[in-house]
Design a protein around this ligand. Structure first.
Ligand SMILES: [Zn+2]
Length: 456
């Protein structure tokens, strides 16, 4: 039997098992897993790990926020993702006034489809102005928006009654609600108090957004979700206060999941004390917190209290970040950090190599559960018939992260100078090699919009 492509002799790591075998690809799918397979092209992966392509269900590419737009577009962002071993991402749609959800989806696809180098999906955002249009939720779901984003903070914040209505509409189509949970009223009060006292430096950013208020908002929306009878995914968990609420809900049998991100796993809030504009770079929300919070997140991942790691990749340039310092105050710094390229290695290096996670947990957290959670039904695992989205990962390669080394379209990284172990050598997207020996060889527009849905 001659296949199109065979990955030979690699140690295959899935969420549940590890074994040495060949993987054969025909067309866009995994066609066989076994010994002594041969193909038109063969890649020797001896000594390497072969994993499913990683799946990042929380990214913001060319996203307008106030007067800025996140600096990675759908090409540069998905290229950086691919170079880091990610083969599917989920970005966001925000409906403009007067537009239907379907028109907003079409607009976003016009931007993304010609540029993406890997497959992608889109979350539909439900803001306060969308509550009058919840009758459009079934059409959005049918068009492939399997998940819906709710905010409990910022201008898109929903009140509790609006959350109740939105969750009810999402539940009616069996969609997945995803939420940014923070107590906005308390945060606004603390920000105003700090600014009134002249506390305008970035280190007052985390002090204005306390962990306990992230936990409070999470607990509140979990209880509303329980009343509605829907599942719910909590975005960017930064602390034990929030992870504990999720664990307690799961212990009650509720279908609640949570994610954290590399910035919360690798950095602590001392980064906000860096002088000048450097202290503005780590500003994101919820904020990066203490070493205790970081330790709690690793424990939660290890115990399964948190299910996945995403990036919340949302880069702004150094100059854009600095405007919040020079012209305004910490509350005006465009929020968000880059990370789309480093996630898979970061969790391997700081999780597996430090003995906090097994290799199988690493794959589960970065590939399998994100795919399942987001409704990518043929991705995130190494199974015959699944999309041939695969990574050959060199577990011994040492990399020193820097903005120059990475391919994200931004002139800084939070991880400048950080040495990590393990790097993606080859990335395969639906049977096509798009990263070859660490070099991007894919093509713009070869990624596809995936209609995500849930069968049950
Ligand atoms: Zn986000």
């Amino acid at each position: 039997m001659n296949y199109d492509l065979v990955i030979k002799n690699g140690r295959i790591i899935t969420a549940h098992t590890s074994f040495t075998a060949d993987i054969a690809i025909r067309g866009e799918q995994i066609a066989a897993i076994g010994q002594n397979l041969s193909g038109k092209r063969e890649i020797d992966a001896a000594g390497k790990l072969v994993t499913p392509g990683a799946v990042d269900i929380h990214v913001h590419l060319e996203m307008p926020i106030g007067k800025f737009t996140s600096s990675d577009d759908f090409f540069t962002g998905t290229r950086a993702a691919a170079l880091g071993g990610t083969t599917a991402v989920v970005d966001f749609i925000e409906r403009q006034p007067g537009e239907t959800m379907l028109a907003a989806l079409a607009d976003r696809r016009v931007l993304a489809d010609p540029k993406v180098v890997i497959d992608y999906g889109l979350h539909m955002t439900i803001g306060p102005h969308d509550i009058a249009h919840l009758d459009e939720v079934p059409a959005a779901y049918a068009a492939g928006c399997g998940s819906f984003k709710l905010y409990m903070a910022y201008g898109l914040r929903l009140t509790d009654d609006q959350i109740f209505k939105a969750l009810t509409a999402i539940r009616s189509v069996n969609g997945l609600p995803v939420v940014h949970a923070e107590n906005w009223d308390v945060i606004c009060t603390l920000i105003a108090k700090n600014l009134a006292n002249g506390n305008t430096a970035p280190r007052f950013h985390p002090l204005s957004r306390p962990a306990i208020m992230e936990g409070e908002a999470t607990g509140r929306i979990i209880d509303i979700a329980a009343l509605v009878g829907t599942r719910l995914h909590i975005f960017h968990v930064t602390c034990g206060e929030t992870a504990g609420r999720i664990a307690a809900a799961r212990a009650r049998g509720l279908p609640i999941t949570g994610e954290t991100c590399p910035q919360y796993l690798l950095i602590t809030q001392e980064a906000y004390d860096r002088p000048g504009a450097a202290g503005a770079l780590p500003v994101c929300a919820p904020p990066i917190r203490t070493q205790d919070s970081q330790d709690a997140l690793w424990r939660a991942l290890s115990k399964g209290d948190l299910q996945i790691v995403t990036t919340d990749h949302c880069p702004f340039t150094r100059a854009e970040k600095a405007t919040g310092i020079t012209l305004y105050d910490f509350s005006q710094i465009p929020g968000g950090v880059p990370g789309i390229e480093t996630r898979f290695t970061a969790v391997y290096s700081q999780g597996v190599r430090r003995g906090l996670l097994t290799e199988n947990q690493w794959v589960d957290i970065c590939c399998t559960t994100p795919a399942k959670l987001a409704g990518f039904n043929n991705k995130g695992d190494i199974v015959v018939g699944y999309d041939a989205d695969l990574v050959i990962f060199n577990p011994e390669k040492e990399v020193t992260l820097s903005a120059a080394f990475l391919h994200e379209n931004v002139d800084w990284t939070l991880y400048e100078g950080m040495a990590l172990r393990g790097w993606t050598e080859t990335t395969i997207s639906r049977g096509r090699v798009i990263v070859d020996d660490g070099e991007f060889v894919g093509e713009m527009g070869n990624g596809r919009f995936v209609r995500r849905r849930f069968d049950d």
